[in-house]
Write a protein that binds this ligand. Structure first.
Ligand code: XLS
Ligand code: MG
Length: 350
């Protein structure tokens, strides 16, 4: 398993099965064969990952009864153990079912809200059986295409009730909100990690509510991901990250970490290192996708590259002379500070 120590950080890496995908997009069908789960985890292990991120239905189909779910989850747990891998989190996949077309816990239809809650509680059961306390919520459809479609006040109330229901169901779980401002909806409720932490503070047990920051999601907000990470690290609330990259305000591109903007990626590694990320067992997760044009045999390079880029950037972080940085800050010579950082990134002498 790849492990990197850098600054105060200890970095071990996780990945989800959806990060190896056959290349379908909203405009065209798959262009590669979907690998089986076993093939994927063998590959992940070989690449140096130590943990797997799961949606509930990555573990077993969502329609199974409780006994069959338990059996399938135990089998998955054994498979992970046999491969020396850990489960990082379970996330209820609430955006694909016909009952979640208009959202889960903010749906206007009470039957649909009930389904979303039941499926989320079932995801907690799966997480327990698998051996993780982390529940990730990516609120894909908890928003609207037109703002008048849902009552925003009621939606906030339902949001809070939902979080409280999860916290009450299991006193051991921790909720990690993975906020994203748009896509698939036009505008999400609670678009930023700050919004989510604000609502977390109103729940019955704020200390069990934190966030997972995905680089591209911050970018889609026009926020620097390293700042979102710093904000949550400073509050002791950064319990996961999804590193990737994004070329401007477009759809969620899930490009390889550091592939678009090395300096932006460097700042993420630097802040994670300074904030001691990983010391409490947090994983550095990737959420990256191969380009649609990539051939079958090499459709894993985005993963290998993201890990490698992270490693190179960690080496550069180690070369940063904090005294030099402090001196330039004190002198208010930010032009020189910028040149110093860019020289380091270009492999020149600081
Ligand atoms: C989508 C999200 C998703 C989550 C897991 O934009 O990044 O992949 O990470 O549900
Ligand atoms: Mg993600």
């Amino acid at each position: 398993m790849k492990q990197i120590k850098c600054g105060k950080g200890v970095f071990r890496f996780s990945v989800g099965p959806w990060n190896m995908h056959p290349g379908a997009d909203p405009f065209g069908p798959p262009v590669r064969t979907e690998l089986g789960f076993l093939e994927k985890i063998r590959l992940f292990k070989k690449l140096g990952f130590g943990a797997i991120q799961f949606h509930d239905d990555d573990v077993c189909p969502a329609g199974l009864n409780p006994a069959a779910t338990r059996k399938a989850t135990r089998e998955m747990k054994k498979l992970l153990r046999d491969h020396g891998l850990e489960p990082e989190f379970v996330a209820p996949r609430l955006w694909e079912d016909p009952r979640t077309i208009d959202g889960g816990w903010t749906s206007n239809d009470p039957k649909c809200r009930r389904y979303a809650l039941e499926r989320s509680l079932r995801s907690i059961d799966i997480a327990n059986e698998l051996g993780t306390k982390r529940i990730v919520l990516w609120p894909a459809r908890e928003g609207t295409y037109i703002r008048e479609a849902k009552d925003p006040l009621l939606s906030c109330k339902r949001y809070l009730e939902y979080l409280n229901a999860l916290l009450a169901y299991d006193k051991g779980i921790r909720i990690l909100g993975e906020m994203k401002p748009n896509e698939p909806t036009d505008a999400a409720y609670l678009p930023t990690p700050g919004h989510f932490l604000g609502m977390g503070a109103q729940t019955s047990d704020p200390k069990r509510v934190g966030v997972l920051i995905e680089s591209a999601h911050s970018l889609l907000l026009g926020i620097d991901a390293s700042d979102d990470m710093a904000y949550s690290l400073a509050a002791g609330k950064l319990w996961g990250v999804h590193l990737n990259d994004q070329d401007g305000l477009k759809f969620d591109e899930d490009k390889s970490f550091g592939a678009v903007n090395i300096r932006r990626a460097f700042n993420q590694v630097w802040v994670l290192a300074r904030g001691g990320f990983g010391r409490k067992g947090e994983w550095v997760g990737l959420d990256v996708k191969a380009m649609r044009t990539q051939k079958q045999e090499t459709a894993h390079k985005h993963l290998a590259n993201s890990l490698a880029f992270f490693g190179y950037l960690a080496e550069i972080v180690d070369r940063v002379n904090e005294k030099t940085v402090q001196k330039l800050r004190d002198e208010r010579d930010y032009e020189e500070l910028e040149a110093y950082i860019v020289r380091l990134l270009l492999g020149r002498k600081g």
